[in-house]
Design a binder for this molecule. Structure first.
Ligand SMILES: NC(=O)c1ccc[n+]([C@@H]2O[C@H](COP(=O)([O-])OP(=O)(O)OC[C@H]3O[C@@H](n4cnc5c(N)ncnc54)[C@H](OP(=O)(O)O)[C@@H]3O)[C@@H](O)[C@H]2O)c1
Length: 355
């Protein structure tokens, strides 16, 4: 399988290393070889720890990139760059050129997912996006493939590793907010612009994608009532401790027929709740649906290894001829989306955070 890739940062370089290390095993499993044919970056002179095969074109010029991809008859575009608007343009261009799409770009999906899914359908190409939510935890596969459709679905998650790392470091080690954020960035957990993490926007994008899968209609991140963690104080952490709780950035949704209530915000989370026990960059998601009951998934939600592994697992599915992940091609009505009042599960939103 010939791969054209946009982005050679944390996730892209991680994927290049995985393909290099696991090439023979992938060939055994799928009967196909996996090779990077062209890579688009912003600055091709930047030094990188990414093993690229000889002949792989590395360029900052999108025209040269798409020409190289088409010259090499690339089967798939892997988009691990980010950004809603460039991501949309790259995705539509690749699909129309006959490539499948594997993307980690949550911002693009949370704003333009329905349009891109419709374009994939029209082009007869597959769309995969496991890496866009919770890195190495297969929450997209669980919601899109394993959880049966239900009229009522509840989602309750900690979906941002950077915020959970910061909140854990502040509560467990007494680390000041700014030092905890710098440490998260050093370890590769933070988004390129950490404002997306700490403002709650990153969680809102992930919640929008998960809620879209559960609702069967695309829900946009802009519609999610969102508060970040910058207002969390040592006093909140002490109050949480006094009530046997942790402060967690909770992403919660309740989907009821055509209506959906969603919110992202810091919340007192009981330590006997699985989300209260998640520490460091761990992510977790509880999915409740009738008559299934509740399923809880947790694991490493960010970083090069987990996220690149999720991309590689999509590529392996594609290489084995598996169908893509169904994303709704129609958008929900804005009037049906409201802010979620209470998350449930004994979890309470922090007071004094602007609500
Ligand atoms: N890091 C994670 O743990 C994680 C987890 C889940 C999902 N994701 C998603 O994965 C994607 C990549 O994240 P990352 O952490 O790998 O980001 P990153 O380290 O900042 O890397 C981004 C890469 O994309 C390139 N790039 C950015 N904009 C571009 C453009 N317009 N044209 C061409 N190249 C462009 C950059 O080029 P230069 O290197 O030349 O600057 C860089 O190589 C994002 O959508 C992110 O939301 C990341």
């Amino acid at each position: 399988m010939r791969i054209a890739m946009i982005g050679l940062g944390t996730v892209g370089a991680g994927l290049a290393r995985l393909i290099d290390a696991q090439g023979p095993r992938l060939r055994e499993q799928t009967g196909r070889s996996f090779e990077l044919a062209a890579v688009l970056v912003r600055d091709p002179r930047k030094p990188r720890e990414a093993p690229l095969p000889p002949g792989c074109v590395v360029t900052a010029d999108p025209e040269a990139f798409f020409a190289a991809a088409s010259g090499a008859t690339a089967d798939v575009l892997v988009e691990v760059a980010g950004g809603a608007a460039p991501g949309r343009g790259f995705a539509l261009r690749a699909l129309r050129a006959g490539m499948h799409l594997v993307t980690a770009n949550k911002a693009m999906l949370a704003a333009h997912g329905a349009e891109v899914a419709a374009a994939a359908q029209q082009a007869g190409r597959e769309l995969f996006f496991e890496a866009s939510v919770c890195g190495g935890v297969p929450v997209v596969a669980a919601l899109a493939r394993a959880v049966p459709p239900a009229d009522r679905t509840g989602l309750l998650g900690v979906v941002n590793g950077t915020c959970n790392f910061i909140l854990s470091a502040m509560a467990e080690r007494g680390t000041p907010y700014a030092s905890a954020l710098a440490e998260a960035q050093r370890l590769g957990y933070a988004e390129a612009d950490p404002t997306f993490d700490v403002s709650g926007r990153d969680s809102a994008e992930k919640l929008a994608i998960l809620a879209s899968l559960a609702a069967g209609r695309a829900i946009q991140a802009d519609w999610v009532a969102t508060t970040g963690i910058t207002g969390v104080t040592p006093a909140h952490l002490a109050e949480a401790r006094a009530h046997r709780c942790a402060v967690r950035l909770i992403a919660a949704a309740r989907i009821d027929g055509p209506r959906a209530a969603l919110r992202v915000g810091p919340a007192f989370t009981p330590l006997d709740h699985p989300l209260g026990r998640l520490s460091g960059p761990q992510n977790g998601l509880a999915v409740r649906a009738e008559p299934m009951g509740e399923v809880f998934l947790s694991g490493p939600g960010a970083g090069a290894g987990p996220t690149a592994s999720a991309v590689l697992s999509d590529l392996r599915l594609l290489g084995s001829g598996g169908p893509g992940t169904p994303f709704p091609t129609t958008t929900a009505s804005r009037a049906d989306i409201t802010p979620l009042e209470e998350p449930g599960g004994g979890i309470r939103w922090l007071s004094g955070d602007g609500r």
